[in-house]
Design a protein. Structure first.
Ligand SMILES: [Cu+2]
Length: 172
């Protein structure tokens, strides 16, 4: 257990993993020791004016990590910072960002904190910001609706229901 913590810390410090675009989900399976894991479920006190919508999870076969996508809108008066994710159905839930360079090479990186300014909307989608979900705690099937908690700096959190979609889905 102690060793695993050390490995996690080492991987966090690397944080950027070059990956082929098509294999972005598959490639992460190797690195399942990294990330912000097992944050306790908090009582949901959302930051003022912040809402989340259109949450969906893309289920992949063969135990590959699932991707979570949604839109977060800040209708409040101050900037909020998304710092982590908690999902009851998964032992590990991480904030990731995929970026693609001019040569069409994709890179997936850990996101330590995502600021959302007043009036701003952040859309998570395949090929961009996503929630990486690993270590399912139960069998997850297409059609399930799973709760996810968005954890914000300062200890606030927002709960959102996410529908589970098949591997070929590209939007909610
Ligand atoms: Cu990822």
């Amino acid at each position: 257990m102690k060793m695993k913590t050390l490995v996690s810390a080492a991987l966090l410090s690397i944080a950027v993993l070059p990956l082929a675009h098509a294999a972005d989900m598959a490639g992460m399976q190797q690195g399942s020791g990294h990330g912000i894991a097992m944050q306790p479920a908090a009582e949901a006190t959302p930051p003022a004016g912040v809402t989340a919508s259109d949450c969906w999870i893309r289920l992949l076969p063969a135990g590959l990590p699932a991707g979570g996508y949604l839109t977060i809108r800040n209708g409040g008066a101050r900037t909020v910072t998304l710092t982590g994710i908690h999902a009851d159905a998964y032992g590990m839930a991480m904030l990731h960002q995929t970026t693609t360079d001019k040569q069409n090479r994709s890179t997936m990186a850990m996101v330590q904190g995502l600021d959302i300014a007043p009036g701003q909307q952040r859309r998570f989608s395949p090929g961009g910001y996503h929630i990486m979900l690993e270590k399912p705690a139960k069998t997850v099937k297409v059609g399930d609706v799973l709760p996810i908690s968005l954890l914000f700096k300062g200890g606030q959190s927002l709960n959102v229901q996410c529908s589970v979609r098949p591997a070929n889905a590209t939007k909610p």
